[in-house]
Design a protein around this ligand. Structure first.
Ligand SMILES: NC(=O)c1ccc[n+]([C@@H]2O[C@H](COP(=O)([O-])OP(=O)(O)OC[C@H]3O[C@@H](n4cnc5c(N)ncnc54)[C@H](OP(=O)(O)O)[C@@H]3O)[C@@H](O)[C@H]2O)c1
Length: 316
């Protein structure tokens, strides 16, 4: 029996979704080829949702989709999406809108962490460019399908890594300072929260609610770029944090996407299946930084993101 008051760090996807019927709902999960996205897609499919997962490596995504179909019997399909290319995102959005005029749940999950300096095909620093700008363009382009739902949710995968850095509006791309892979990750993950705040302001009253989540610390392919010294750095920041299983890690995404308790709410940051409180103490082990929920920062990020992707979104 589902008991939201008892939810916490060890709660799993299946526990969060117990008693939730997603039959007839259409869910899109970006980065469904691995880790938390794969488990989120599986768990939503297991409750009856039709699931579309995106993959930049389509055969990898198709193998995951086949496993989920076999395990759940749900309709699961794959869409090609490279978030480091505005052209790929626009092609994806066009295909998706043609095939799926309505989307009810969108989990903007794909991400890269602490990679060596690289640029997207449009010249943006990779972590800001793919984790934030890519999802900004993808989600905004899919707004017509979200608005058709009448009760849609957008879940933006942020991280406690947002504690590392706010968005540096004067140097988004590390052109005036040396590249620091952790500052870049922190900036991108702060942007993921600010995007939820900005989207909520624009679409909340029209039934599309946006939430950001920190999933916890989970061993996935996200660590592909980590060196030995990075593990030391992460341990120093972890402050007693326990690792979660993938099922526990994806639970907060599934909670944000479906919990009846969150109906009509948005512009929030969740961790451990609860709405997190603001905590600006420098060593705070939990909570959300006020700079990540700040409406003025959210507006500034929205404007610069529109300029960078070269498109304004009126959401008519
Ligand atoms: N794991 C954690 O401890 C943790 C903690 C805090 C936040 N998060 C966040 O949770 C999300 C999921 O992470 P995860 O742990 O599940 O990592 P993961 O196993 O590496 O999965 C990331 C997914 O994103 C996809 N992806 C990466 N870059 C992409 C791009 N440029 N275009 C399209 N797809 C791209 C990957 O595709 P490929 O399969 O092709 O690589 C993969 O499907 C991320 O946003 C991450 O920042 C994770």
């Amino acid at each position: 029996m589902r008991d939201p008051a008892a939810f916490g760090p060890t709660t799993t996807t299946d526990e969060v979704l117990d008693d939730i019927d997603l039959t007839g709902r259409v869910a899109l999960v970006t980065g469904g080829s691995s880790g938390l996205g794969r488990e989120t897609a599986r768990a939503l499919a297991a409750r009856g949702a039709e699931v579309i997962l995106t993959a930049r490596d389509v055969p990898k995504g198709e193998a995951v989709a086949a496993d989920i179909r076999a395990a759940t019997g749900a309709a699961v399909s794959v869409q090609d999406l490279e978030l480091g290319s505005l052209a790929s995102i626009r092609r994806f959005a066009e295909r998706l809108l043609a095939a799926h005029p309505r989307i009810d749940l969108l989990v903007a999950n794909a991400g890269v962490m602490a990679c060596p300096y690289a640029r997207t095909s449009d010249g943006f620093e990779m972590q800001f460019g793919s984790n934030h700008l890519g999802h900004f363009l993808a989600v905004c382009s899919l707004a017509p399908a979200l608005l058709r739902s009448g009760a849609a949710r957008v879940v933006s995968l942020s991280s406690r890594g947002h504690h590392i850095a706010p968005v540096d509006f004067d140097d988004l791309g590390f052109e005036r300072r040396p590249y620091d892979k952790w500052q870049a990750y922190g900036q991108a993950k702060t942007a993921n929260v600010l995007f939820a705040v900005g989207l909520e302001r624009r679409l909340g009253a029209r039934g599309v609610h946006a939430l950001a989540v920190h999933p916890g610390a989970i061993v996935t392919e996200l660590g592909r770029h980590l060196q030995a010294e990075d593990m030391e750095y992460l341990r120093s920041r972890a402050r007693g944090m326990q690792f979660k299983t993938v099922e526990q890690g994806a639970a907060t995404s599934c909670f944000a996407a479906t919990a009846p308790e969150l109906a009509g709410r948005g512009g929030l940051y969740l961790e451990d299946c609860h709405v997190a409180a603001i905590d600006d103490a420098p060593e705070a082990p939990e909570g959300v930084k006020s700079y990540a929920l700040d409406p003025a920062n959210a507006e500034r990020l929205w404007e610069v993101s529109e300029r960078l992707v070269g498109e304004r979104f009126a959401f008519a």
